[in-house]
Design a protein around this ligand. Structure first.
Ligand code: CAA
Length: 249
């Protein structure tokens, strides 16, 4: 009864990885606005994370999602601060764009470890609790390029496509316990990651977006809030494309 009272007052607990910048920050803020108690994970840029926390009131926690032990510790800290994680958004990701004939093993591994391994480690850290409580909403941020492929992104596209198979498999595992796992495949969105693409390359990419513009982080967050909802419980294993029509899969 006590737990129910807390939920009614404060909403469910949501954790967003990479949740202090770009798409992740938009998702953290949209979940907060929808009534969730939100925690945001980050790695590296503490001043930015603290400024985000001061502006939004969302507590921030630093750890590396590629490290399973760090994820276990991080999830325990979040639980102690705001409660057991009921909604997990695996958003943390990096790029190391380079053509395969120039790609180093380190550039391959870093992207696979963070973008795909991070999803494994974070899900592993929360899944037993979700199974015990018989409720969970997991949203994995994939990419249009995991569906379509992209020159210069064999590492990133492999990780993001891998997330989709992971999502479908965990969806099957969790369904009977009211744990849903879905993916979002954002298109090119107005974030620092996309700003880092060379202007001449970006110009070509934008020509291939029927909407003729970049997405807004808030437009991706719209999908995450939808999939996180209690009454989204019958939506399981899907990949929701939000890409301005760039790739219709
Ligand atoms: N399709 C096919 N071939 C391509 C290509 C494309 N889209 N882009 C480049 N190439 C070819 C070029 O024609 C060139 O071929 P030749 O050597 O035969 O002339 C070769 O690839 C090298 O091209 P560059 O001169 O561009 O090579 P570079 O080493 O200077 O740059 C790169 C390589 C850094 C990968 C650059 O092409 C690039 O930044 N590409 C964009 C990658 C991209 O879209 N990243 C998305 C980042 S945002 C994100 O990832 C978020 C998300 O989820 C959407």
């Amino acid at each position: 009864m006590q737990i129910e009272a807390r939920k009614e007052r404060t909403g469910r607990v949501a954790l967003v990885t990479g949740g202090t910048t770009g798409i992740g920050a938009a998702i953290s803020e949209a979940l907060l606005a929808a009534g969730y108690r939100v925690a945001a994970n980050y790695l590296g840029n503490m001043p930015l994370a603290e400024a985000f926390s001061a502006r939004t009131g969302i507590p921030v926690f630093e750890w590396n999602v590629a490290d399973l032990a760090a994820c276990n510790d991080g999830v325990a800290c979040v639980q102690a601060a705001i409660g057991a994680v009921e909604v997990l958004v695996n958003n943390a990701g990096i790029t190391r764009d380079v053509m395969l004939h120039k790609m180093t093993a380190a550039q391959w591994r870093e992207v696979i470890d963070v973008d795909l391994g991070g999803c494994f480690a974070m899900c592993r850290a929360v899944i037993e609790g979700m199974r015990e409580r018989r409720f969970g909403r997991i949203v994995n941020i994939s990419s249009v390029n995991g569906l379509s492929g992209q020159a210069g992104q064999t590492n990133y596209a492999a990780a993001k496509a891998g997330l989709i198979g992971f999502t479908k498999s965990l969806a099957l595992e969790g369904a009977s316990r009211n744990i849903t796992t879905n993916a979002i495949a954002p298109g090119y969105t107005d974030t620092a990651m996309v700003s880092a693409v060379r202007p001449d390359v970006m110009e070509q990419i934008l020509k291939a977006v029927p909407a003729g513009r970049l997405g807004l982080p808030s437009e991706i967050a719209r999908g995450a809030v939808f999939l996180a909802a209690d009454d989204a419980g019958f939506i399981n294993g899907i990949t929701l494309s939000i890409n301005g029509g760039k790739y219709l899969a």
